[in-house]
Structure formats: structure tokens, C-alpha cells
Design a protein. Structure first.
Length: 292
């Protein structure tokens, strides 16, 4: 959950909300692109500014020690390895001149299946990925059909982290982790870790120096006004659910953009029975009926 998969799904939610704005309000395209939905970390609810406070000294720990304490803080390796599926329900801040909160449900199943449902004005948008291919339904764009993922969307979905994130069992996932110093995140000192995937992709993740929970991770850069902008995802409001320590507030901040966007998780369900059709190509009639 506290992972880039969540971040990327949040970005997918953002794409949906941007489409909603395009269909219902005169929000400028660049402004809508900036109003992305996404995850957050421990700290306050205010949008983070550039960290200027001095970084407090933290104990010098090895990467292995940081990862061990992180896993324990999140509920333990055994607890996470027992998770086969997890479902999050909550609200997404859509933005716009009239602030909207859109209900969503996100279900993840090992190793890499996902189903996202987003409700807007009694219409349900759906995105499904079965581990090899994906589909989407976007009724608020008057597209009453099931569309296949584009090659770019399929590639992105294939690169998502597993539901327990990049740190737990990172070696099995082909991710190397290196220490990269100490930074301030939300005014608190955090260990900065450099993550490198087996295909050479790199990003940074910050672990809070006191709680050892993930505080921040790099998101996928966004192109605004023809230029790439860095994205940071912050994790906040951790709560224990079924023995797992899970963030319930996730905030996405885009560099150079004043406003941030928040995803609020209301409920978390672990290992709930799932229908065989949950991760297959959506049936249009079923999607329409769910939105009513």
C-alpha cells in the first residue's frame, strides 16, 4: 500500500478527475494537470514546502537495520507476507473551483493485479489490470465502452510495486537499496534511501527516523507546460488494521505547483474473498448498474 503502486494508481485517479474537470468545468488544462490526486506521509495536513529546518542527527544505521525496523513498524514481515489481497475505500480530492470529493475503491491482489473504481455523479469509472493487460471504462467522457490500456499504460502498470511496497522482500523483487543520507520531511529527520530496480530505474524513499515508517517517496514526474515537474508522495495518519500499520492520508505534491491533492482512506480490508471476475475485462452493464 505504502508504495509506488498506490502512487501510480493515485495518478490514474488524477487522470480520471482531470477528465471530469474537462467535461464539467472550465478549468485550464495545465491547472487540471496540476491538481493530481495522491498519497502522503507522517506529519501535518498542510502542503509541504521546501524543507529549510536543520536536520537533527540520527543514529548511524545500516540499510539492513533501517529495513528491519521499517518492517517491524509496519506490522512485521510475516504479517505482510500473509496478505494476498487488500482493498482500500475512501475519497479523492478532485479540486476545481468547487472542491469535489470523489468516492473510490482500490483492490490489489498479489502479485500485480489491481481494480480501481471511482464514482462521479452516479457514474462509475473503472480501471482493471490482470497482471498482463488492462482495461478502462470512462462514462463521464461519454465513452460508453470498455477500452484497452494503451501500450504506455500497460508498461506503467507492469512496473508497479507489489501491494507491500518496495522495501519488504526487496531483493526478491529485484530492488537494490542504498543509504543516501538524512533529510527533513515535514520537519522531522528521515533516512533517505536510494532504490534501483532491476531495469535500472531509480527513485528515492524516506523513512521517518523515529517511527521508521515510510514518510515520502518520489512519484512519477508530470509534464506541465512542456516541462517535467518532480512529484513527491507523502504518507500520513498511520493506523493499525488487521495487524498492519497503514497510512490513511496520502498527499501528492508537484514541484512548482501551489496546490497539493489528498487521498483519504476510510476503510482497509485485508484478504477479503474476491469474485473471479474482479480482475477480468469489465462488463459494461455491470459497471453502469454499480454507478446507479
Amino acid at each position: 500500500m505504502m508504495n509506488r503502486r498506490f502512487a501510480l494508481v493515485a495518478a490514474a485517479l488524477a487522470l480520471a478527475t482531470r477528465s471530469v474537470h474537462a467535461a464539467t468545468t472550465p478549468v485550464a488544462r495545465a491547472g487540471a494537470a496540476a491538481k493530481a490526486a495522491a498519497p502522503a506521509a507522517p506529519g501535518t495536513a498542510a502542503a509541504p514546502k521546501a524543507e529549510t529546518a536543520p536536520v537533527a542527527l540520527l543514529p548511524q544505521l545500516s540499510v539492513a537495520q533501517i529495513l528491519e525496523r521499517n518492517a517491524a513498524a509496519r506490522g512485521g514481515l510475516a504479517q505482510w507476507r500473509a496478505v494476498k489481497a487488500i482493498t482500500f475505500s475512501g475519497q479523492l480530492e478532485a479540486g476545481g473551483k468547487k472542491e469535489m470529493m470523489l468516492p473510490f475503491t482500490l483492490t490489489l491482489q498479489r502479485p500485480d493485479k489491481s481494480r480501481l473504481e471511482l464514482v462521479f455523479e452516479e457514474q462509475t469509472a473503472v480501471q482493471v489490470y490482470d497482471g498482463r493487460q488492462g482495461w478502462k471504462v470512462r462514462p463521464f467522457l461519454n465513452r460508453n465502452e470498455v477500452e484497452a490500456y494503451t501500450p504506455a499504460e500497460t508498461k506503467q502498470a507492469a512496473n508497479w510495486d507489489e501491494l507491500d511496497g518496495p522495501l519488504i522482500d526487496h531483493a526478491r523483487k529485484g530492488i537494490s537499496v542504498e543509504a543516501a543520507g538524512v533529510d527533513a520531511v515535514d520537519g522531522r529527520s528521515a533516512y533517505k534511501l536510494k532504490l534501483t530496480t532491476k531495469d535500472g530505474g531509480q527513485r528515492f524513499l524516506w523513512v521517518d527516523g523515529q517511527t521508521f515508517l515510510e514518510a515520502k517517496i518520489d512519484g512519477e514526474p508530470r509534464k506541465l507546460d512542456g516541462h517535467p515537474h518532480k512529484v513527491a508522495i507523502l504518507y500520513r495518519d498511520y493506523r493499525v488494521v488487521s495487524g498492519l500499520n497503514v497510512p490513511h492520508t496520502l498527499e501528492t505534491v508537484v514541484a512548482g505547483v501551489k496546490e497539493s491533492h489528498t487521498m483519504t482512506i476510510k476503510t482497509v480490508v485485508v484478504n477479503a474473498p474476491l469474485a473471479d471476475t474482479a480482475f477480468t475485462k469489465p462488463q459494461l452493464t455491470a459497471v453502469v448498474s454499480q454507478g446507479r
